[in-house]
Write a protein that binds this ligand. Structure first.
Ligand code: NAD
Length: 297
């Protein structure tokens, strides 16, 4: 049994922490939200009164926080100064590579090992313990906590040194954002050309246009009954999260001198959809923005 501190038990973290409790670990949690803490207390978690309190007594500390800003301040002010010697840190949040590497270096100067381990698979994957983890950091530290990651996920990929887990996450989600924009544009063009949604789906899902955004997450109602399009674009994956991930990709491109023309154009679509009041709608709802724009022509 490992003593695990878990900080940030929101939509994703609550399920991940529950899976660790089910696996028999002694899990101490902290979140700024009392509601989040109340909902996990009855599942057997010990509740700490601060992030430093959760960190102080744990051998492994896991964070699942919204952004790089949160990760930087929680590690700098609460985790690093109060952790036991030899404690291993695992940050599962999706954040920028630069902040990730800065915090990792700070942890190392204080004698701690830190892994970036962002996830893919959404709230459903967190609940079912089927997440994909993409892990960056020292390989020996990765090996020492791999069993813990396996209790929250199904595919665990070691990507290389610090920041490479976040790099994998940012590249993957950039592909997703671009793919969805391309699939949504194809459906709008098909409508204008008099081609039924189902017919385009039947052809493209077995042809070279095939991709996850089409076959698992189709942006128009009908062809994939489980996709958010069938429930008025309730997320799923909210547009504001896609906007965050596209911005992470564009900032990473700027920092590394990379040209990303297609990602830039796609990011503008999510931004316009969000600005039209749809931040909380599923990102596949951009098909409606594209249709409205076409109708205005
Ligand atoms: P969330 O907002 O539901 O949870 C984040 C939690 O962190 C909240 O409960 C919040 O109160 C807490 N928090 C914020 N600042 C804190 C602090 N200083 N100390 C302690 N707790 C603090 O977000 P989420 O959906 O669980 O996502 C978490 C991370 O995982 C994000 O980086 C997100 O991009 C990433 N992610 C989300 C999904 C998804 O489908 N929701 C999928 C993959 C990755």
């Amino acid at each position: 049994m490992t003593k695990i501190g878990f900080i940030g038990v929101g939509n994703m973290g609550s399920h991940m922490a529950r899976n660790l409790i089910k696996a028999g670990h002694d899990v101490t949690v902290f979140d700024l939200s009392q509601e989040a803490l109340d909902s996990i207390a009855s599942d057997g978690a010990t509740i700490a009164t601060s992030a430093s309190g959760a960190a102080r007594y744990s051998n492994v500390i896991i964070t699942m926080l919204p952004t790089g800003k949160h990760v930087d301040s929680v590690y700098r002010d609460e985790i690093i100064p109060y952790s036991q010697d030899g404690a291993i840190f695992i940050d599962c949040s999706t954040i920028d590579v630069e902040t990730c590497r800065t915090v990792n270096a700070l942890a190392r100067t204080k004698g701690h090992s830190m892994l970036d381990a962002p996830v893919s698979g959404g709230v459903g994957g967190a609940e079912a313990a089927t997440l994909t983890f993409m892990v960056g950091g020292e390989e020996a530290s990765f090996r020492s906590v791999k069993d813990i990651l396996c209790q929250m996920g199904k595919n665990i990929v070691y990507c290389g040194g610090s920041g490479t887990g976040q790099a994998a996450k940012v590249c993957n989600n950039m592909m997703l954002g671009i793919q969805m924009a391309s699939v949504a544009e194809a459906f709008v063009l098909a409508e204008r050309l008099g081609l039924e949604h189902q017919k385009l789906f039947d052809v493209a899902s077995t042809s070279s246009g095939q991709c996850w955004s089409l076959t698992s997450y189709c942006p128009v109602p009908g062809p994939v009954p489980t996709s958010p399009a069938n429930r008025d674009y309730e997320p799923g994956f909210a547009t504001e999260l896609m906007q965050k991930d596209m911005n992470l990709a564009l900032n990473a491109a700027m920092g590394s001198g990379t040209t990303l023309d297609v990602a830039q154009a796609s990011a503008l679509l999510y931004q316009s959809y969000a600005q039209a009041g749809h931040t909380g709608k599923d990102f596949s709802g951009i098909v409606n923005l594209l249709r409205e724009r076409t109708e205005l022509l």
